[in-house]
Design a binder for this molecule. Structure first.
Ligand code: NAD
Length: 318
């Protein structure tokens, strides 16, 4: 029998993911706190419930796509004013949380589900809003492999790839490790282009060399931070995301939390990258694609070279 799906959190990602499930013939009942998300979901064939609790009551599978861990935990276990979703469904219901949340929160969510007699997976995604709309997301899944097997056809409807990463927490761990690589390599690529500009190498020439040499990486060849070499990259479109700087700052913060959770020390670049994306987001760049970090690097380089020139002039005068 085709499972009935409840989908909670119909925002930028959850909206199109739920729409793809409905389009594929699943019966999807949804809920979101934002009226605008509900209207769009209704137009996309999703039955709208009055609350998250009523949305899940008849569901075989409950999918959540929420901003952060506290939203997931609060919905799972309930508050003084509302019943938790885990107690509102029949025993053995499969919960799939697709949000990007802290590893520690994912472990708590699995523990809450198990003690309520429910099954659970975490399945954070990469691929962004475009991938959610096109049904080409990648899912990084943590939990029991039997539950992963049951979730397979549902995940395949929303994505093109799913990787079973291991037990509880492994999916979130894989996700933040990937984004740590992405955040750091984008800074490296941006610094290299700014240095190239200073030394008189054209962006096209530098791209031609590095994209065929050992500097090759996704940040360079798919999301190049300068306009021109990769026509589809956000740099050609005023840095419209793509993947917003605020989300990169969030994910790097989760990586820092995971390091602390594992009792490990931050050995350098992860922490530095977190600081840089946070500062850039706070400084007005939050809604820009994360490749716009090149603008902060360019501005900092210009500032420091002016300071160096001033210092040199002061020394000459002295
Ligand atoms: P979003 O803010 O657009 O959507 C989240 C939705 O959750 C909102 O519509 C909000 O109203 C709803 N919500 C919050 N609390 C709720 C509650 N108690 N009950 C019902 N609905 C509730 O965010 P998004 O961009 O869709 O991201 C969702 C998750 O996906 C985040 O964890 C994010 O880190 C992750 N993610 C986002 C992207 C991206 O490019 N946007 C890419 C990969 C992963």
């Amino acid at each position: 029998m085709t499972p009935r799906i409840a989908f909670i959190g119909l925002g930028h990602m959850g909206g199109p993911m739920a729409a793809n499930l409905a389009k594929a013939g699943y019966e999807v009942t949804g809920f979101d706190l934002a009226a605008s998300s509900l209207d769009q979901a209704r137009d996309n064939g999703i039955r709208i419930a009055e609350s998250a609790v009523t949305a899940v009551e008849a569901a075989d599978v409950v999918i959540t796509m929420l901003p952060a861990g506290r939203h997931v935990l609060e919905l799972y276990s309930g508050t003084a004013d509302s019943l938790g979703l885990l107690s509102a469904v029949s025993p053995g219901t499969l919960f799939i949380d697709c949000s990007t949340i802290a590893v520690a929160d994912a472990l708590s969510a699995h523990a809450l589900a198990a003690s309520a007699g429910q099954r659970s997976l975490e399945a954070p995604v990469s691929g962004g809003v475009a991938g959610a709309a096109a049904g080409t997301l990648t899912f990084m899944v943590g939990g029991l492999d039997a539950d992963f097997a049951q979730a397979g056809p549902i995940l395949d409807t929303m994505g093109k790839r799913k990787v079973y990463c291991g037990g509880s927490g492994a999916g979130q761990a894989a996700k933040i490790c990937n984004n740590m690589i992405l955040g750091i390599t984008m800074i490296a690529v941006s610094e290299a282009f700014v240095l190239g500009e200073q030394l008189g190498v054209s962006n096209d020439a530098l791209f031609d060399v590095t994209s065929h040499a050992s500097g090759q990486c996704w940040a360079l060849t798919s999301n190049c931070p300068v306009p021109g070499p990769v026509p589809g990259s956000p740099a050609n479109h005023d840095f419209r995301p793509g993947f917003a700087s605020a989300l990169m700052a969030k994910d790097l913060g989760l990586a820092a939390d995971a390091l602390a959770f594992a009792g490990l020390q931050d050995v350098g670049l992860g922490g530095r990258a977190t600081d840089m994306y946070r500062a850039f987001s706070d400084d007005g760049g939050a809604d820009k694609d994360f490749s716009a970090i090149i603008n902060a690097i360019r501005a900092q380089t210009a500032e420091s070279s002016i300071a160096d020139q001033r210092a040199a002039t002061a020394t000459d005068v002295a």
